[in-house]
Design a protein around this ligand. Structure first.
Ligand code: ATP
Length: 654
């Protein structure tokens, strides 16, 4: 249907044309969006807010978009606010009066520091203790947040606190709640990039045809809005940088397309992901009559490696965080392996720990993660490296100014070979590969299956997780951020039970008994449903943990990370002793998936009222390079459930 209710930006806005936008405009919108359950309405509220800013004070649009996304800079820039609950509490004491213990008590009841801050502010207002101050402006809040993030070194905490107190003292109405949530990076309005970018696109489109009803038919408008929303999301996936995207969108308006902006070495693109399968037979069925390639699925860390025009090499994780400082050896390896020094590129690879003295044997993921981290300020040094690495490259997305995403994999591989003609065992290798061409079908499916199974066995022998299977010619482009049909994975767990492990988020726990008294056990684990923006419970997990891990988690889940109330975006019928904020991702394995009366993963996808649960879950490892929202999705789990050889009879309602 046509977007949102009629909105008159001038009538609803509370400032004059060309004037800076007051922060209250954002806070009021956040308040509305927080109370709105429907995604379409929430998108329309954000859209209206963007429209008003665009119409009156477009210079403030970028800061407003950033504040909506709970970010102040692109992820790869590693700009961190680094503000903990205790700093906010201390600032709140200074700005509004209540002691730290009073704040903690309120927090225990309310479960949200923003709501607590709002109460403190209201009490102070009632007591008429607030001196009148000029209104907070979006641009001032944004620049103060940048100032806070740039404070380092001695007395930086004091300087941060005074910047926060200044902001707090200028708050009015609902501003305090959202200011504090922004400070602790938990805006909790249920709006993510997937909502915000379409809202922005719609705002730009609608402002470009104000008297749309006269000129365009409803279906034409709808088409334009949908097209622009898709283009903006696609553009963000290849260039996740709002500083470039927002001005370009405003400038090009409905003429903006996903190719308006080009990839830029130094800015990580969102990586392509694979779909789960339950074995090679399923792969063969899905890729019938297509040429495809099986590759080893290495068990290391994904590395998107960029060489910029000035020759610098930078490395980014699966999440888009910069990890260059962790891998000084990788920089040398890539530099020495590249054919020409002037080439620029973006390649996709897996970095794996290797034992070069022992036939370049591949080591475990744990070995790799034991390497020092390095930081923005100080890289680890080459001579301190104890765990050696080999780079296994498998794709290329950009070469010498040319965007290669649309080229099929077979062609992208030619670009790779041209840039990196030689392998160097133990340092730089292509992912081990086996190609199946459509005319191999004349040998019979049995023979192809045998070859694939042998290849899978080889992968396991080499300590790989399994294999990745990718189409070579048909639908074989690189799709950023997508779990595409053209990349399939087969993992060992299929043979042992589930087709794949799940990446789940601990959202709560019970107090342990017996040997585990004093620790948390079991933990309540959840997947994420991006459609409903909920964490939905999958299982309780109580095996696979070491004692040291239990202790670590007991210390980790304290203070702001424990919540006394279940947040509205946690969906489960379980009632654990403690609720946790969603911060960690753990890999969980199990036997199979079942329909559950208490767990709510994928509710509505395979059963109207029940969710999916995993039987005999056990903890495998922490997954460090993953945001909670990037854990297994409800749709992934539903797909795995449907792919299981034996399924429950859902019609019985049991
Ligand atoms: P998993 O937990 O199975 O690694 P994931 O969600 O990180 O899954 P998937 O898309 O499921 O990502 O699997 C692809 C991952 O496998 C990549 O992120 C990469 O780190 C790793 N990988 C190892 N070898 C390859 C390869 N040859 N091609 C693509 N990815 C590979």
């Amino acid at each position: 249907s046509l977007p949102p209710e009629k909105y008159d930006p001038i009538k609803h806005a509370c400032w004059n044309v060309g004037q800076p936008v007051p922060y209250i405009h954002l806070a009021r919108t956040f308040d509305l969006v927080e109370a709105e359950k429907g995604k379409i309405k929430a998108t329309s509220m954000l859209c209206n807010m963007f429209r008003s800013i665009l119409a009156l004070s477009p210079d403030d649009l970028l800061a407003a978009v950033y504040l909506c996304t709970d970010k102040i800079a692109a992820d790869h820039e590693n700009v961190e606010l680094n503000i903990g609950g205790s700093l906010v509490t201390s600032a709140l004491t200074e700005a509004c009066g209540p002691s730290a213990s009073e704040i903690r008590e309120m927090y225990n009841n309310v479960g949200d520091l923003g709501d607590v801050a709002q109460r403190c502010w209201q009490t102070k207002k009632r007591q008429k203790l607030l001196a009148p101050t000029p209104p907070l402006l979006i641009r001032d809040v944004f620049s103060s947040l940048h100032k806070i993030s740039s404070q380092t070194g001695s007395k930086s905490t004091g300087r941060k606190k005074s910047l926060i107190v200044n902001l707090m003292c200028a708050c009015q109405e609902k501003e305090m709640k959202f200011l504090v949530r922004t400070l602790v990076r938990n805006l909790r309005i249920g709006a993510m990039m997937k909502t915000i970018l379409p809202a922005l696109a719609q705002a730009v489109a609608m402002n470009s045809f104000p008297s749309s009803a006269d000129k365009h038919s409803a279906s034409h408008i709808k088409e334009i809005l949908q097209g622009l929303s898709t283009a903006v999301v696609e553009a963000y996936n290849i260039l996740p940088n709002l500083d470039m995207l927002v001005p370009s969108l405003v400038k090009n308006s409905i003429g903006f397309s996903s190719s308006t902006l080009s990839m830029d070495p130094g800015i990580p693109i969102k990586p392509m992901l694979a779909k789960i399968t339950n074995g090679v037979s399923q792969v063969l069925k899905l890729f019938e009559n297509k040429a495809f390639s099986c590759e080893f699925k290495y068990d290391g860390q994904r590395a998107q490696i960029h060489r910029l025009s000035n020759g610098t090499i930078r490395v980014f994780s699966r999440n888009g965080d910069e990890t260059t400082s962790k891998f000084p050896d990788l920089i040398n390896i890539v530099d020495e392996s590249c054919n020409r020094t002037e080439d620029t590129f973006i390649i996709d690879a897996e970095v794996v720990a290797v034992d070069r003295k022992n036939g370049c044997k591949l080591m475990s993921f744990q070995e790799l993660s034991s390497r020092e981290r390095g930081s923005k300020e100080s890289s680890i040094t080459l001579d301190s490296i104890k765990v050696e690495i080999c780079v296994f490259v498998f794709d290329i997305m950009f070469a010498n100014g040319e965007q290669l995403l649309k080229f099929p994999l077979r062609q992208r591989r030619k670009y790779l070979r041209d840039l990196f003609p030689d392998e160097r065992p133990g340092y730089f290798r292509y992912a081990e590969e086996m190609t199946v061409e459509p005319n191999d079908a004349c040998l019979g499916n049995e023979s192809i299956l045998n070859r694939m199974n042998t290849f899978l066995e080889d992968a396991w022998q080499c300590s790989c997780e399994g294999i990745m299977v990718k189409t070579l010619d048909v639908d074989a482009g690189y799709s950023p951020s997508k779990r595409a049909d053209s990349w399939l994975k087969v993992k060992r767990d299929y043979v042992e039970g589930l087709g794949d492990s799940l990446d789940l988020v601990p959202i709560g726990a019970w107090h342990g008994n017996g040997r585990k008294a004093g620790w948390y056990s079991p933990f309540l684990m959840a997947c994420y449903n991006p459609e409903t923006e909920e964490f939905q419970s999958v299982c309780r997990v109580m095996s696979g943990f070491s004692d040291a891990f239990y202790k670590e988690m007991k210390e980790f889940f304290t203070g702001d990370r424990t919540l006394t109330k279940k947040p509205p975006y946690y969906r489960t019928l379980e009632v654990p002793d403690m609720w946790f904020s969603a911060e960690l991702v753990w890999e969980i394995r199990g036997a199979d998936l079942t329909i559950s009366p208490v767990h709510q993963a994928g509710v509505g996808l395979v059963h109207q009222t029940r969710g999916i649960s995993i039987r005999f879950p056990r903890f495998v490892r922490s997954v460090g390079d993953r945001n909670p929202e990037d854990c297994s999705s409800a749709a992934d789990i539903a797909r795995m459930f449907n792919a299981q050889p034996r399924k429950m009879d859902l019609t019985s309602g049991s």
